[in-house]
Design a protein around this ligand. Structure first.
Ligand code: ADP
Ligand code: MG
Length: 330
């Protein structure tokens, strides 16, 4: 009789994810809030993929849907439509019980308002130990982990201080340690530098990178701080609840210097416009205004580029410009 490998119970119920699949997969994600008779569309068909171990930032104006997206990824809110998978788990199909487990084991949160997940009358170390105590697996090993986390965020000398005796920047660092207490593979930070000064903000961004490098944590930071660009691998901009552009940081070697015998590492940023699943892209408002484009454009395929042209009759005030904007698509 031939031997046949049967999938075990754990294999069939484990999340279906392989290493080359993205950790986070959002497709056509929609979130509508209903307040009285009014509907607010916070996300309108957002597409986003985040790789395991990525350190990335989401930027966008106030009201563009950043917190909504983060709350959905963190299992705090459910989308109205679309798909969202984290590590192969379909967040739309999870039961309440599965969501509770997901929030405890898979995601850590850091908020702008540190008060949201901390108790001011407890010490820093007690605050970090609290999630471990709550999840019922507190022991000597966990205590050592709490100490390690406070060292990682640069607070080894302040562990026994009450939070109420700490500065805003120090409290935010404790908040990061708390977010990591249950060793989540995914850390979500909503405006983590929103209420600290520029220097502390830079330190906090560096800390996120260090954490990613050391523990392999996938980190998603929501911010409107443009300085984040030089601190993360990738920045995705969202506009009106949809992913609009994407900027990837690259370290480039200056070939002229290389030829001259020295290597100079410089940073370049490649900015892309993101197409959604249906092939739509969002043209920046300032481009539309510059060419007075209102409702229609002319599209031309020209070998390796697509040209978007304003239609002269479209312009108001009789401004008959025939300027065009060339978009080189890679
Ligand atoms: P951001 O974090 O980018 O500032 P949000 O995700 O908080 O944006 O909000 C996106 C949109 O959804 C806004 O128009 C906001 O008013 C609306 N919104 C967010 N949360 C709620 C809610 N709980 N109830 C009703 N509307 C909401
Ligand atoms: Mg927000």
């Amino acid at each position: 009789m031939a031997l046949r490998a049967e999938p075990t119970e754990s294999q069939t119920t484990a999340p279906t994810s392989t290493s080359d699949e993205p950790l986070i997969f959002c497709e056509n994600l929609v979130k509508i809030y209903k307040v009285a008779d009014l509907e607010a569309v916070a996300l309108q068909g957002l597409d986003l993929q985040i790789q395991k171990g990525e350190l990335m930032a989401i930027i966008g104006n106030s009201g563009s849907g950043k917190s909504t997206l983060l709350n959905i990824l963190g299992g705090l809110d459910r989308p109205s439509a679309g798909r969202v998978l984290v590590g192969g788990r379909d967040l739309l199909k999870m039961t309440e019980g599965q969501l509770v487990k997901y929030k405890r084991e898979v995601v850590g949160f850091v908020w702008q308002q540190t008060a949201r997940n901390m108790l001011p009358y407890l010490t820093a170390i007690e605050n970090v130990e609290l999630p471990m105590v709550i999840s019922g697996n507190y022991n000597a090993k966990q205590r050592a982990w709490a100490r390690e986390l406070l060292e990682v965020v640069g607070l080894s000398g302040r562990m026994k201080h009450k939070l109420s005796e700490m500065s805003g920047g120090e409290q935010q660092r404790v908040a990061i340690a708390i977010g990591l207490a249950n060793r989540p593979p995914l850390l979500l930070a909503d405006e983590p530098t929103g209420s600290v000064d520029t220097k502390t903000a830079a330190t906090i961004f560096d800390m996120f990178r260090h954490i990613r490098d050391q523990y392999g944590t996938t980190i998603v930071i929501v911010t409107h701080d443009p300085k984040v660009m030089s601190k993360v691998d990738r920045v995705v901009a969202i506009r009106d609840g949809k992913t609009a552009t994407e900027t990837i940081r690259r370290v480039a070697i200056d070939m002229a210097d290389f030829a001259a015998g020295s290597i100079v590492l410089g940073e370049t940023h490649d900015e892309f416009v993101v197409l959604d699943g249906a092939g739509r892209l969002q043209i920046p408002r300032e481009y539309l205004d510059k060419l007075s484009i209102k409702k229609k454009v002319r599209l031309e395929l020209d070998d390796d580029q697509i040209i978007i042209r304003a239609i002269p009759g479209e312009e108001e005030d009789g401004k008959r410009e025939t300027t065009s904007r060339r978009w080189g698509l890679r």
